[in-house]
Design a protein around this ligand. Structure first.
Ligand SMILES: C[S@@+](CC[C@H](N)C(=O)[O-])C[C@H]1O[C@@H](n2cnc3c(N)ncnc32)[C@H](O)[C@@H]1O
Length: 254
């Protein structure tokens, strides 16, 4: 994902909130992007959750990071029933959280929105990526993006890691209703992937090949990664990017 489209998604959340006060805000799956956004809004307090110590360290070391006395950055797992037990928030953000759940709480995705519903007394915003890896694309840009996604996930699996599992917009809307949220607004944002995406994803593949137990396979993957990188970067240079798929922003009330 290219950074400009991420900031566009946060801007959309701010726009949808309009003049409603943010109040007590929960960033249910934090990262550098959503933490930066949290700093840009006028909350009475924020609470940010990550499942990874490494993410918490990265955030607290970021030059922009500041926490007031009432703000909290917590490392925990949503599967833990005592996490924020009995608390309520006016605004909750689930930003690329659903897709990442697989790495921290595999096959628990159906429990996420009921869990967040207990904590929401106002508005939930969900930002997500419509899945593309398991679907065949019908144009060259889409085929390249899909090929990169499939190679990335294969490398992660062969290196004993769990890839992200994204969910379609319709699935999320269904789950929100089942959890007693009312979706009130949905927006889709087409994605144009650039050289940063190609290099970032294929660099991730390259580091994972070092952990393959079959070294012959690792060499074959290394050659394939280099060839795909060249093809994808050539396309980006000629066409200005790889247009494929979309992100979504959902606004839902409790
Ligand atoms: C892809 S990152 C989020 C992106 C982020 N909002 C940003 O600014 O780019 C996903 C976040 O959700 C957290 N997460 C995923 N599953 C979790 C779980 N079961 N419990 C707690 N945190 C979880 C991850 O640790 C990480 O902080």
């Amino acid at each position: 994902m290219s950074t400009p489209s991420i900031s566009l998604l946060y801007r959309k959340v701010t726009e949808l909130q309009a003049h409603t006060p943010w109040g007590k805000v929960l960033d249910a799956g934090t990262g550098l992007g959503s933490m930066r956004w949290l700093h840009s809004i006028d909350s009475s307090s924020w609470t940010a959750i990550t499942g990874a110590e490494s993410m918490a360290r990265q955030i607290t070391r970021a030059p922009f990071f500041q926490a007031r006395a009432q703000d909290r950055l917590l490392t925990d797992n949503w599967m833990n029933p005592s996490l924020l037990e009995g608390e309520q928030f006016d605004t909750v953000l689930a930003d690329y959280l659903l897709g990442a759940i697989e790495g921290f709480a595999p096959y628990w995705q159906d429990q996420l929105f009921p869990r967040l519903r207990q904590l929401t007394r106002g508005t939930l915003y969900v930002i997500g990526l419509n899945p593309y890896v398991p679907y065949d694309a019908d144009d060259e840009a889409g085929k390249l993006v899909t090929e990169i996604g499939r190679l990335r996930d294969a490398c992660l699996l062969l290196a004993n890691e769990r890839p992200y599992r994204e969910y379609p917009l319709e699935w999320v809307l269904r789950q929100l209703r089942l959890a007693n949220f009312t979706p009130v607004e949905v927006q889709q944002f087409s994605i144009r992937y650039g050289a940063n995406f190609v290099n970032g994803q294929l660099d991730m593949c390259a580091t994972r090949t070092q952990r393959f137990s079959d070294r012959g396979l690792a060499i074959a993957f290394t050659e394939h990664i280099a060839e795909l990188r060249q093809r994808a970067l050539n396309y980006v240079a000629q066409e200005g990017g790889l247009r494929h798929g979309f992100d979504y922003v959902i606004q839902a009330t409790a």
